[in-house]
Design a protein around this ligand. Structure first.
Ligand code: DOR
Ligand code: ZN
Length: 447
């Protein structure tokens, strides 16, 4: 990320900005400027827009974070807030978005596999009513691409589409192979971004019943992912804004990158392997792979070969997760810990800060067509302040997930000190202090 220093004062002579909205307050600290951490002042207007970037800005009010590092807030393309969730009360927009705010995430894209699944405009409306007045950060709602029957109606409401090619939580019967080309064509015609959960169930080996993370990897193997990815790439029409969720291996990443599509890796596939001692708590779809594959995926990520990171925050009640392996549901919470875990990796020198900003902030925002994820003139002041000395050991009892457990217990995290939403502070000294004014967003520009 490189903020463009177009103005150095509110009274710049730049003709384009002769009548800019006045600066109401200034956030001063350090930020990435041309790839290096340098002092930066951000001028914010009364309606929360970044109207000036530079040094020595004049302003009636000023907040100086000293050595603190100012970054754009993150965009998490993949969360399951389970709202509505039937009898499951493990999460909601209210609880999930507070975790997002505390974890430095300013926009969440919520998946449609709720109860009921978001398949038409009425179900979208029901979900929308649960967001407004309850969300601490902005929300983009996915619709489910299952049939084409109500797709046009659905497409006028949701912000993106999700296609599940394999059974997973809330999805019992995914579409068959023969339906995929027409679903992709119809998705392209809506102009909406489409995310695919790519695993081919015909390549699953579910017998004998899986009893460990290694069994789970063997039962839903990498070849199932490769087959589904190849099938979708081959059938994808021109103009489809396509993204693959939770890629687990460098080989699959290679295939997608060569075809020029977007994709994400999830922190659990980057940081955990099937050798983990977490048993069913680390059961996820697609499964954790071997330590060798994990480390290859991490190397690719740190080297810039993976465009996006997304949490796949999928909380399940701890009693459910601790059932015998074959009965435990797949998924783990992570929206509060994703950015802190990666900031700790930056501190350890395992990944560049600029790379983290690209994968967690800039690229995911571009993919959903929203002007955020960068510190730039005209963008909303959705910002976080990080102090790299704030190292903390992650423990579930300090986190805010109602499910009450974390697969990253004991790891180091650096949590943002402050989080601003449209220039309003919603997190201060690591505590949530906001009001639920998050709104629904839809794409505003093509990728
Ligand atoms: O591990 C997963 N959990 N993978 C999915 O595809 C769904 C998710 C969930 O909703 O629990
Ligand atoms: Zn998911």
């Amino acid at each position: 990320m490189a903020p463009v220093l177009r103005r150095t004062s509110a009274r710049s002579r730049d003709p384009e900005s002769r009548h800019p909205p006045p600066i109401r307050w200034v956030l001063a600290g350090r930020s990435l400027v041309n790839g290096r951490l340098r002092p930066l002042e951000i001028g914010v207007s009364g309606d929360g827009i970044i109207v000036a970037l530079g040094r020595d800005l004049r302003s009636p009010e000023r907040h100086d974070v000293g050595e603190g590092v100012i970054l754009p807030s993150a965009t998490d393309l993949h969360v399951h807030f389970r709202d509505p969730g039937g009898s499951r009360t493990v999460e909601s927009f209210a609880t999930g978005t507070v975790q997002a705010a505390l974890g430095g995430v300013g926009l969440v894209a919520d998946m449609p596999n709720t109860i009921p699944t978001v398949t038409d405009a009425a179900r979208f409306e029901e979900k929308r009513s649960r967001v407004l007045g309850r969300a601490a950060v902005d929300v983009l709602l996915y619709g489910a691409l299952i049939t084409t029957s109500k797709l046009d109606e659905l497409a006028t409401t949701v912000g993106a589409l999700k296609l599940y090619l394999s059974p997973t939580t809330g999805v019992d019967t995914p579409p068959g192979h023969d339906e995929i080309p027409s679903l992709l064509r119809r998705a392209a015609a809506t102009g909406l971004p489409l995310t695919v959960h790519a695993e081919d169930p015909q390549k699953f080996r579910l017998d004998p019943p899986p009893r460990s993370l290694s069994d789970w990897d063997c039962s839903r193997p990498e070849v199932a992912e490769e087959a589904a990815v190849s099938e979708v790439i081959a059938a994808a029409p021109r103009g489809l804004r396509l993204h693959f969720a939770h890629v687990t291996s460098s080989r699959v990443a290679d295939r997608i990158a060569k075809a020029g599509h977007s994709f994400e890796a999830s922190p659990h596939h980057l940081l955990l392997s099937r050798e983990s001692r977490l048993g069913s708590r680390a059961k996820v779809n697609p499964p954790l792979r071997s330590e060798a594959k994990r480390s290859e995926l991490w190397a690719r990520f740190a080297g810039g070969g993976i465009p996006c990171v997304a949490s796949d925050h999928a909380p399940h009640d701890v009693a459910e997760k601790d059932r015998p392996f074959e009965l435990a549901p797949s998924g783990m919470p992570n929206v509060e810990t994703m950015v802190p875990l990666l900031l700790a990796k930056v501190r350890a020198g395992d990944i560049d800060l600029a790379r983290l900003v690209a994968v967690a902030m800039d690229r995911p925002s571009r993919w959903v067509g929203l002007p955020r994820g960068r510190i730039a003139l005209g963008h909303r002041a959705d910002l976080i302040v990080v102090d790299f000395r704030d190292r903390r050991t992650i423990t579930a009892k300090d986190l805010h997930a109602p499910c009450g457990w974390s697969a990253f217990e004991g790891r180091e995290g650096i949590f943002p000190r402050e989080h601003y939403r449209a220039g309003e502070r919603i997190v201060f000294e690591g505590e949530y202090i906001g009001t639920p004014t998050g709104v629904l967003r839809r794409p505003e520009f093509a990728m």
